[in-house]
Design a protein around this ligand. Structure first.
Ligand code: GLV
Ligand code: MN
Ligand code: MN
Length: 434
């Protein structure tokens, strides 16, 4: 995968990117990799999966740790009302308000039993870039801020892109009193994380206040690995529609209630879940369709369930196709509900638009990869990212590095150390080009 351009002239093997410390114009690879491993220990479960659900205790621990590392690196941190952690150079050190502001980062929260790189890599690489610029007193043409967006995944509080929605000023599109899956209010959890639900508007960056947003992320798919290329230049990010389906039936005794006349919401749910899969697999109305979470109540082996709730996640690069898929599913849900004589409803619909990345930023990323002797490929993102929300207020660019085995949202999500460092080098060089 390595490009011959990085081989030294006398034939001796160059130091790997991963072991490199402090080369001008490059990040400190060893420091970045060490940080990634130390953050991977926060919320790690017995089987190696990371559990840092947004606004949970372990998520708070990671955020505190980030702020501490930034301070030790001589940087300043603030937490906005949405709970986003923002890191900057101290005033007077490359921080001139007249410079255009560039935001770089990602998120520290994870899905349940997730991997160590999804999100955390982009935040820690952002910190590494800012630390490198600050330590070398590089006079950049823009003022760089690193961000760790709050609750990107929405794994505990079912509002993905929480922090980026707040930063992009989309407070009216957020639920006014959000609760987590067990009914606990976000207000308290947000306050513990340093935010303030009553003051979200203070965290909005108005359009025009930000020159660009750059996000470095693991690909989470197989394309770069299959091509043997270390860098992805993202050209678009998928659209997504998510909601919860709630089915109410009639509970009863598993042994005494005749099969005839049962109103079993779990049976209806099983037909509904097949209808979700059919949207993508047979009807080809959207690219992918997933049910990943399901709750049965009372969840007792000898009781016919009373209520079933499950999530639906539809993705496509076209908002029009997503709308058509949603409408088709709505018809299918009505029909299975009718057949099962149960009540069905849809809650908490969140529609996230597909977006294109910015031409100029794509070119800057590609030129940086080329200068570093790294092969790159343009590709779309099938995963959602904070970048697509920040796109509401500024131009966005995204850099991908390969995912080993093309997998993510699993404990064994991983990327070769050299590729992790290469991605951070490209991020640094792209920032220097802006
Ligand atoms: C974010 O991780 C997503 O679900 O795409
Ligand atoms: Mn994710
Ligand atoms: Mn992510």
């Amino acid at each position: 995968m390595r490009n011959p351009a990085v081989t030294s002239g006398d034939g001796a093997a160059p130091p790997s990117r991963a072991s490199r410390t402090g080369t001008p114009g490059r990040v400190d690879g060893a420091r970045l990799l060490d940080r990634i491993e130390r953050f991977a220990a926060i919320g790690r479960g017995k089987d190696g999966g990371i559990n840092r659900l947004g606004f949970s205790e372990t998520d708070r621990e990671a955020r505190t740790c980030l702020a501490r590392e930034a301070r030790h690196a001589g940087l300043e941190t603030v937490i906005d009302a949405g709970g986003n952690v923002l890191i900057r150079c101290p005033a007077g050190n490359g921080d001139r308000p007249s410079k255009p502001r560039v935001l770089i980062g990602s998120h520290l929260d994870t899905v349940a039993n997730g991997g160590k790189l999804d999100g955390a890599y982009g935040v820690l690489a952002g910190l590494e870039v800012l630390e490198t610029l600050n330590a070398s007193a590089t006079d950049t043409s823009c003022e760089v801020t690193v961000v760790a967006f709050a609750n990107e995944e929405g794994a505990l509080f079912p509002q993905p892109f929480w922090g980026s929605m707040v930063l992009a000023g989309r407070v009216d599109d957020l639920p006014s009193d959000p609760v987590d899956y067990s009914g606990k209010p976000l207000r308290d959890a947000l306050a513990l994380a340093g935010g303030d639900l009553s003051d979200l508007r203070s965290a909005a960056w108005p359009p025009g206040s930000l020159a660009a947003y750059l996000e470095l992320h693991v690909e989470q798919g197989p394309v770069l690995e299959r091509l043997g290329k270390p860098i992805g230049v993202v050209d678009s990010i998928t659209g997504r529609t998510q909601f919860t389906v709630v089915i109410h039936g009639e509970p009863g005794h598993a042994g005494t209630t005749p099969m005839e006349g049962r109103r079993d919401p779990l049976i209806t749910a099983s037909h509904a879940i097949i209808a979700v899969q059919r949207l993508a697999r047979e009807e080809e109305l959207c690219r992918v369709a997933t049910v990943g979470w399901l709750e049965v109540s009372p969840n007792s082996s000898n009781t016919i369930p009373e209520t079933v709730r499950f999530s639906v996640d539809l993705r496509d690069s076209s908002a029009k196709r997503l709308a058509a898929a949603e409408a088709t599913l709505s018809g299918a849900l009505a029909s299975v509900a009718n057949r099962g004589d149960v009540r069905i409803s849809v809650e908490g619909t969140i529609r996230t638009d597909p977006v294109q990345t910015d031409d100029r930023l794509r070119e800057a990323i590609a030129a940086s990869a080329k200068d570093l002797g790294l092969a790159y490929e343009r590709l779309p993102s099938g995963a959602g990212h904070d970048a697509q929300v920040v796109a509401n207020i500024t131009s966005i660019g995204m850099i991908f590095v390969p995912s080993i085995g093309g997998v993510s949202h699993v404990p064994w999500e991983n990327t070769a150390p050299d590729d992790l460092v290469a991605g951070a080098d490209v991020l640094l060089q792209t920032v220097l080009r802006l």
